[in-house]
Ligand binder design. Structure first.
Ligand code: ATP
Ligand code: MG
Length: 642
């Protein structure tokens, strides 16, 4: 097989192998999507008429846009390779599914039936009969969507390929009697085949088997389906009724269109009883009369056709088998009779034995819990919808049919809408935002605050350092986002030493990690002088490193003699310096030379040689002043304060 078709489709893997074609998984390089490509087997490529049919039929079904129909994208030819490009369904075909799992759960089977019926309804409305409804042509995606493939293509194959290609034997198991006879085919023929598909889903095997396609086809014409043999007994009788009506030999006895079938499936799903019983009896009597004629007619017709078309070996074999069939006709009647009797008996038994229960309220319970409770009383559970609902936890029940308090019975199916949790939303980035602003952002994104932890950080206090889940990930609506928030720089706590009674010097040594604040002096004659009387931070507690502590230190006040208030008088003394020097230091001392009241270096040139010095004394006092120039005694004077 070529790696590339028309420079556009890159062949990836072979995924299927049918009667007239191979199916490949491929990539469309223009639209960059995965597609399935059905390539006609080379032996058909030369047959012009066949090719034309193949293409025309593919194009006819290309107009059928429906979620349960495999979409056709393109029809093409690359050299002698003829192909159809279609939607790729990731999953498996129903035949393989049944092979793998055996008989399917009836509510699951009913769900698939409904989806196929919807596809058929769409096709029939558009005047297209499928003609090859069989499990191989029903693809089940990974999320249980059923999609019907090969619409209309079958028309090009059935009549001409039945004896040519071995694989088509598969199809004959699902042929309607009219198809087997080569009679007039209409939409009810698809519904018959669908009935056989339902039988296979419920029983795990097809109703008629045989050595040759002709044998099997004859059985579809002549033999009744045995519902008692392979269909599990716990299948609700309405589903059996549905199967029965689908597989009627006479086209007019079947559902007349897919819509009627959908309607009945929905009734069963909603536990509304169908009125099949009467129909059964009608069918039985009718069939007992007409079957004889029909059988005889069909068999003789079959023999004629075989004689005209095929070799002698087959012909003689069929003659023998048809004779045999005539002789077992009586047995067949007996079988049908006994079947109808057991069937009615079965239904009667069902009517009397079935116990009724009250449907509990399962809202907000887990699906698992509800299923195990219901299955324990023989009631099946089906999930009708999986919905996003942030108010109901994932896998918990949102809604139920029937409502709580309704009567339910064994064999019935109840349906639930189950929550998928909240809708997915993208987590916003909140790192480096403040906790306050995060609250609003979360609200807008339909998320909420999760667990908040605080850590020291160089980021300002209240700033988000990190978040979980991370930004731009997808989470369920209503999910809590956890944060780590900064509580500012780390502070070290230190213990405050007890300083009362210690000296200021000791305090300086003890206060290694703390500072000394204001020092106040107070007098307490009962304590030693110089000791600390009080401290602003109590000893023993822990405070931030580097904090300042105020202290009160004991200081004895000097006993000062109250001096009588005397009047202070201000005066000045003046003297002239010799002009010889440029710069001189002038010092004036008061009293007996102890205290300098004036000490200045003077530039005589600039400020002149006259010096005036302010002095003061109490009224009535007399003071002596000595003047030194450049440290040498210069003059002496006395001032009287009056
Ligand atoms: P027949 O030739 O009678 O139709 P068939 O249906 O088995 O028999 P194909 O239609 O050629 O043969 O398909 C072969 C297989 O390829 C299918 O059974 C299915 O498993 C797979 N297949 C077909 N179409 C697709 C598709 N669109 N997506 C995925 N798989 C597919
Ligand atoms: Mg197919």
């Amino acid at each position: 097989m070529k790696k590339m078709l028309n420079n556009r489709y890159e062949i990836l893997d072979k995924i299927g192998d049918g009667g007239m074609a191979f199916v490949y998984k491929a990539r469309c390089t223009i639209l960059n999507r995965v597609v399935a490509i059905k390539v006609l087997r080379p032996e058909f490529s030369d047959d012009e008429e066949f090719l034309l049919k193949f293409k025309n039929e593919a194009l006819a079904s290309a107009g059928l846009a429906h979620p349960n129909i495999v979409n056709i994208y393109d029809v093409g030819q690359d050299e002698d390779i003829n192909y159809i490009v279609m939607e790729y369904v990731d999953g498996m075909n129903l035949k393989d599914l049944i092979k793998k799992k055996g008989a399917l759960d009836y509510s699951y089977a009913l769900d698939i039936m409904k989806q196929i019926a919807m596809a058929l309804n769409q096709a029939h409305k558009n005047g297209i009969v499928h003609r090859d409804i069989k499990p191989h042509n029903i693809l089940i995606s990974k999320d249980n969507l059923a999609k019907v493939a090969d619409f209309g293509i079958a028309k090009a194959t059935t009549s001409s390929t039945i004896t040519v290609v071995g694989n088509v034997i598969g199809s004959v198991h699902y042929f309607s009697p009219e198809q087997a006879r080569g009679g007039y085919i209409d939409k009810t023929s698809d519904l018959y085949s669908l009935g056989i598909v339902l039988y296979e889903m419920l029983a795990g095997k097809v109703p008629f088997k045989g050595d040759t396609p002709v044998n099997i086809a004859l059985k579809h014409i002549n033999e009744d389906i045995d519902f008692e043999k392979d269909i599990p007994t716990d299948i609700p009788k309405d589903i059996k009724g549905l199967l029965y009506k689908l597989t009627q030999k006479k086209q007019s006895d079947r559902y007349q269109n897919a819509y009627e079938l959908i309607n009945d499936i929905e009734h069963i799903e909603n536990n509304i009883e169908l009125d099949f019983e009467e129909d059964y009896e009608l069918y039985h009597t009718q069939k007992l009369d007409s079957l004889n004629e029909e059988l005889k007619a069909s068999i003789s017709k079959e023999i004629k056709e075989e004689g005209a078309n095929t070799n002698m070996r087959k012909k003689s074999k069929n003659k023998i088998s048809s004779k045999k069939k005539m002789t077992i006709l009586g047995v067949l009647f007996a079988l049908i009779l006994s079947f109808s009797i057991t069937f009615i008996a079965y239904n009667l038994k069902d009517l009397f034995i079935t116990k009724n229960y009250e449907m509990p309220d399962f809202e907000n319970n887990t699906l698992e819990d509800a299923t195990s409770r219901l299955e324990s009383i023989g009631v099946s559970v089906q999930v009708r919808n999986e919905l996003y609902d942030s108010a109901v936890e994932k896998n918990h029940i949102i809604d139920q049919i029937p409502a709580a308090g309704s009567s339910i019975r064994k064999g019935q199916t109840v349906k639930f809408d189950v929550s998928k949790g909240g809708e997915p939303v993208t987590v916003p980035n909140l790192v480096r935002k403040t906790l306050d602003s995060a609250e609003n952002i979360l609200k807008e994104s339909d998320l909420k605050e999760g667990v908040i932890d605080y850590e020291f950080s160089s980021l300002p206090e209240g700033t988000i350092i990190s978040q979980k889940p991370r930004a731009f990930t997808e989470v369920e609506e209503g999910t809590g986002i956890d944060f780590i928030v900064s509580k500012g720089e780390e502070v070290k706590l230190v213990r405050v030493p007890d300083l009362v009674g210690k000296t200021l010097e000791d305090a300086r040594i003890l206060l290694v990690d703390l500072g000394i604040g204001k020092i106040k002096y107070e007098e307490n004659k009962n304590k030693k002088e110089g000791v600390i009387l009080n401290q602003s931070l109590k000893g023993g507690q822990h405070v931030e490193e580097g904090k300042k502590i105020d202290l009160i230190v004991n200081e004895y006040k000097e006993e000062k003699v109250e001096e009588p208030s005397k009047k202070i008088i201000e005066k000045q003394i003046s003297f002239a310096l010799s002009e010889e020097e440029q710069t001189v230091r002038v010092v004036v001392k008061e009293g007996n030379g102890a205290k300098a009241i004036y000490d200045k270096t003077i530039n005589v040139q600039e400020s002149g040689n006259m010096i005036t010095v302010p002095i003061q004394g109490y009224e009535g006092e007399t003071k002596e002043y000595e003047i030194y120039v450049d440290n040498a005694f210069y003059a002496k004077t006395t001032a009287e304060f009056k």
